[in-house]
Write a protein that binds this ligand. Sequence first.
Ligand code: ADP
Ligand code: MG
Length: 327
Amino acid sequence: PQLVNQIAAGEVIERPASVVKELVENSLDAGAGHVEVQVEAGGSRLILVRDDGGGIHRDDLTLALSRHATSKIATLDDLERVATMGFRGEALPSISSVARLTLASRQPGENNAWRVVADGTESGYEPQPDAHPVGTTVEVRDLFYNTPARRKFLRTEKTEFGHIEGVIKRIALSRFDVGFSLSHNQAPVIRYKPAADDAQGERRIGAVCGEDFLRQAVRVDFASAGLRLWGWVGLPTFSRGQADMQYFYVNGRLARDKLVGHAVRQAYQDVLHHERQPAYVLYLELDPALVDVNAHPAKLEVRFREGRLVHDFLFSALRRSLADLRP
Ligand code: ADP
Ligand code: MG
């Protein structure tokens, strides 16, 4: 099973940022209101994710580290809805096969917390009593210590941390209601407060994308034929020379799709006669039955069942909104 886990890890865990993504998504699945991430040495020395979610029962701690034992998918219907983000029961076993993993957790109403340590040997795992508030902490040390080829593939601390920061930003844009913090080598880097309502959502956009983006962007909110598009679009010139600021969420999940990219570029071209480097944070909501989400947890591809309809909807919604941006 160790080898199987390592092979699975090869698919899911590419770099420290992949670990952060899986752990933070687990925290969100557990209903966390705040997720704290501590990173050392670009994540290769330490990735610690702490949440205040529902926790894991003592008897389930060991199970959580075994492959497929805890998949959140109960039925095919669930799969279609992808109600929770994690759905393969592979992340924790995969991570523990390529790093030293400690899991500490306490459920509400329990007198104390429990901790299991997985050092990649699949021995032991007997839960020990621990002091920990309600919620869960996952500590991942020495990533790829036992897979030297992968470890060698890691980039500089700065680059790896940059990827981690990107993951937190992308997730933070999908959950305004959750607070996030991120530190690197003990220094605080990100601190996003949870937003109580939609109006406060703007604060999250400002925090993640910068106040400059927010100042010049226009609001999008457009619904038709069961589709809704909302969010913010900015001037293409805004992002010139800056890092990509193109966030597109489908039913709350970050998505990358050719058709979406095409519709966005076409709308920019049509209204502003400029299609390069658009800057946007957009949320598309539609009947989940109209979208195929790639079952691979590390990929972002989506497939729309009514591609033409979605494309035309996006194009006309964006064209209207961009008209407000025209200088
Ligand atoms: P999946 O998320 O696909 O179920 P994972 O390997 O990511 O699989 O996690 C295994 C299980 O461990 C989860 O199904 C969940 O029951 C439990 N778990 C992991 N992280 C947390 C967390 N932060 N809070 C509560 N439960 C957790
Ligand atoms: Mg998961």
